[in-house]
Design a protein. Structure first.
Length: 305
């Protein structure tokens, strides 16, 4: 009887993974504890810190200060760890290692979105060998990380793939792979990092850089605006663009046509003062799966998805 119960518990767990997805990166990571004196991050024992002036402060200045200070904190902590290691202070070196490991697990945010996504005026012009290699490497990292494998993925590999695609765009802005790289940046942000505001920006760059991109960037942006960001007006605009210019996939077009009808009625009947972007999404809604074109259906000069 106990054996049957264990099997049932395992089957339920596997089913849940298939439904909600799971980042397996930290499944077997050791949990660190340390018997050491703990400091308060909100105060300092050695000196008084100056007040942070918010009057007439600009966002860009505050963000730059955060970036500089957190980078310096990381560098100083590494230097302290190295000092203890060089001088044989093993206990304190372990303390510094533990704190450093905690810092490196913290997710730092890039608060100025416009600063990290290139302008929309790039145009793919030619095949560049180095860019092609970077693109293929990024795709390999995604596949290795579990792209298109239901339920399970490696977040660390997805982050590496994202970095590879972003580097490609920055180093080779005239490459004919920039729209491909932008699309997969959007996919990673949406599917694996849950960063929907960044995802739609990258999708928009994909079709801005190449209006004939073979990827379903407009459709993916529309769905993200519709069901994740709840910006119905923007979603409606993009669904119309899908029908007009991105009509290769009949399933996507059918979905877009239906949502155009539903959203047009919804937006027309809402009071002008009511926020039409705050409506929740029914759990029964099933958005078509990503159906970007395969390698064989793409332009011969470009590598497909």
């Amino acid at each position: 009887m106990e054996r049957i119960r264990q099997i049932l518990v395992t089957l339920v767990g596997v089913c849940l993974l298939g439904v909600v997805g799971c980042n397996t990166e930290n499944w077997f990571a050791p949990q660190q504890t340390m018997d050491a004196p703990v400091a308060d991050m909100k105060s300092t024992d050695s000196s008084e810190l100056p007040d942070i002036q918010l009057v007439e402060a600009r966002e860009v200045d505050l963000v730059e200060n955060v970036v500089q200070h957190r980078t310096m904190y990381h560098r100083q902590l590494r230097a302290l760890r190295d000092y203890y290691q060089e001088h044989g202070y093993d206990v304190k070196r372990q303390w510094a290692d533990t704190e450093l490991a905690g810092v490196e697990k913290t997710q730092p945010f890039k608060y100025l979105l416009s600063a990290q996504i290139p302008v929309d005026s790039l145009r793919p012009a030619s095949s560049i060998t180095e860019a092609d290699s970077m693109y293929e490497h990024g795709r390999e990292l995604m596949i290795e990380g579990g792209h298109r494998v239901p339920g399970v993925y490696r977040r660390d590999l997805m982050v590496k793939a994202l970095s590879t695609f972003v580097d490609l765009v920055r180093k080779y802005p005239s490459s004919d792979k920039v729209d491909d790289a932008a699309f997969y940046c959007g996919e990673i942000h949406k599917e694996y990092l849950n960063q929907n505001s960044l995802a739609v920006k990258w999708y928009e760059r994909a079709y801005a850089w190449d209006p004939t991109t073979p990827h379903n960037a407009r459709f993916q942006a529309a769905v993200t605006y519709d069901y994740r960001l709840h910006d119905r007006a923007r979603a409606l605009e993009l669904y119309r663009a899908v029908v007009e210019t991105e009509n290769r996939n009949k399933s996507n077009v059918s979905w877009a046509v239906r949502r155009i009808d539903e959203l047009t009625t919804e937006l027309a009947t809402k009071p002008a003062t009511e926020d039409s972007t705050a409506q929740p999404v029914s759990k029964e809604t099933r958005v078509p799966a990503d159906s970007s074109l395969s390698d064989k259906s793409k332009n011969p000069t470009k590598t497909g998805s």
